[in-house]
Design a protein around this ligand. Structure first.
Ligand code: PGA
Length: 507
């Protein structure tokens, strides 16, 4: 083909002339840069291939990373490797070949992406998120998305979302806000993990996390300052009280002192808040992850004790009483007046200073077993705090619908890799918001270094984000991205602060 034929075939002379004219009209100070940008925009992005690989996550376990190629750039994404609870709508895939990486490898999922998913997405416009996600879903006819697997699916979907934002030349959170149909951007309150226990820490504390919510900060930046200072004061207090070997950290970056009760942990955190000078500006939250220590219908608060007293098997009603006490001493006393604890009430009235039971505890995640709908409802109806459904909901639209109808909890913890795709994640956020629930966008423990959920929390105006401690790279990548977003938004970005539950509004 001659040069002339080539120019004519691609209408190049006309396109170059248009670009030059546009540069002159714009009086572009750097015409070459202007013309190259102009020409780039003239060619729409299309997906040319999707390549996957196995990487390692924050726990050193295999996870899927995807590189989505368009005719213009490469967009990378990875999805947390943590598995979904049994019965989740989207399931996890690990290789049939069990010898490698302790049976956790994901080479099969990598192969499916490189072969099937890539072929299906080639030629698609990355801005069409819903169509892309539907194409991925259509490929997986297996029950619970078991063929491609939720993590692999989500990694492709997130990579496409990043490519869509790039093509629109807008920040990722803005692209997500467009997909959600929102025009305002809010910065979420971070639920910062400061103490780990449960299956995430090698201590005797039965619950998984104690978190601080700096609702009294004026900006996200200040919230992280408050969170970080409190975290470091907590370290000093633990060091003084329990010695240096108690300052190790757990899976979400929280400290793991060898405490065994929730109130012991909360007391340490209260002391740290006090020492940091942030009294009244921080609320507390706990993630009980009670499924992990539910044996039959009882809760074994000593599930990590080497030697058990056998005294600490609690019924679900006992657990309700414990939570009620933690949320509000007085509420508990008035409940108890009808039961056996009149003595406690009497003592409280005579010696009120002895009973400082009230913690600023505003949120309890997964307080009961994943299938204990009855007691979760009973506790939620007391309206003592935000009751967050994790294993109870599994980010599954059907379980969320049931929980909304029955008022089994009043907040969603969104783990996108339990849903499968960005479009489906946005749908469940809308579902929760329409029910006037709180929405907490969450990382997975031992996450990858992908910061997508930071943009998701802003774009979907979730109001709350949970990404672990102000420590560990995979946690900080989310918080640091939120710092960048806040800076970029300037006065257009509002930190939700005290409105952490209501800011989201309806969709
Ligand atoms: P998971 O826990 O990723 O281990 O389920 C995360 C959380 O609930 O904080």
């Amino acid at each position: 083909m001659s040069v002339q034929e080539y120019l004519e075939k691609h209408l190049l002379s006309r396109k170059i002339e248009e670009a030059v004219n546009a540069a002159v009209r714009a009086k572009a100070p750097d015409p070459v840069l202007f013309i190259s940008t102009h020409m780039r925009r003239a060619a729409p992005a299309v997906i040319t291939s999707v390549r996957a690989r196995q990487i390692l996550d924050g726990r050193g376990e295999p996870a899927v990373e995807v590189a989505l190629h368009t005719n213009k750039a490469v967009h990378r994404a990875s999805a947390a490797a943590a598995d979904a609870p049994e019965g989740a709508a989207a399931s996890s895939t690990r290789d049939a070949e069990k010898r490698k990486l302790l049976a956790r490898a994901v080479a099969d999922a990598v192969r499916v992406i490189n072969d099937k998913v890539s072929e299906a997405l080639v030629g698609m416009d990355p801005q069409q998120q819903a169509q892309i996600d539907q194409a991925i879903i259509d490929l997986d006819k297996a029950h619970h998305k078991a063929e491609i697997g939720m993590k692999a699916m989500l990694a492709v979907s997130i990579a496409a979302c990043k490519a869509g934002a790039a093509e629109k030349e807008v920040p990722l959170y803005k692209h997500i806000a467009d997909l959600v149909g929102k025009s305002t951007s809010t910065l979420p309150v971070p639920a910062i993990t400061v103490i780990n226990g449960g299956t995430h820490g090698g201590n005797r504390l039965p619950i998984q996390e104690i978190m601080i919510l700096p609702v009294g900060a004026k900006s996200f930046e200040e919230a992280m300052q408050v969170g970080s200072e409190t975290y470091h004061h907590l370290k000093d207090i633990i060091l003084e009280k329990y010695g240096s070997d108690s300052c190790n950290i757990g899976d979400d970056g929280g400290f793991t002192p060898n405490i065994s009760s929730i109130s012991e942990g909360l007391d340490l955190v209260i002391a740290a808040i006090d020492r940091a000078g942030y009294n009244g500006r921080i609320k507390l939250a706990i993630d009980v992850a009670a499924t992990d220590f539910c044996i039959g219908k009882k809760y074994d608060l000593e599930f990590k004790f080497a030697e058990k007293s056998r005294q600490d098997f609690k019924t679900a009603d006992d657990m309700i009483e414990i939570y009620s006490q933690l949320c509000s001493g007085m509420t508990c006393a008035w409940i108890d007046i009808f039961s056996v604890h009149i003595l406690i009430l009497f003592m409280m009235l005579i010696f009120p200073f002895l009973y400082t039971l009230e913690y600023p505890l505003v949120s309890i995640e997964q307080p009961f077993d994943k299938d204990d709908w009855e007691h979760s409802k009973k506790f939620t109806t007391l309206e003592l705090c935000q009751v967050v459904g994790d294993d109870l909901l599994m980010s599954d639209p059907e379980r969320i619908m049931r929980a909304v109808n029955e008022y089994t909890c009043n907040a969603l913890v969104l783990k996108a890799n339990q849903v499968g795709t960005v479009t489906e994640a946005i749908e469940v956020v809308k579902q929760a918001k329409d029910a006037h629930w709180g929405v907490m966008v969450s990382h997975r423990s031992g996450d990858t270094d992908d910061s997508f959920i930071a943009d998701l929390a802003v774009g979907a105006a979730a109001g709350q984000i949970k990404a672990g401690a102000p420590c560990r790279g995979e946690c900080l990548t989310k918080y640091n991205q939120l710092l960048r977003i806040e800076e970029e938004l300037g006065s257009d970005g509002v930190y939700v602060g005290e409105n952490w539950r209501t800011s989201a509004g309806t969709s």
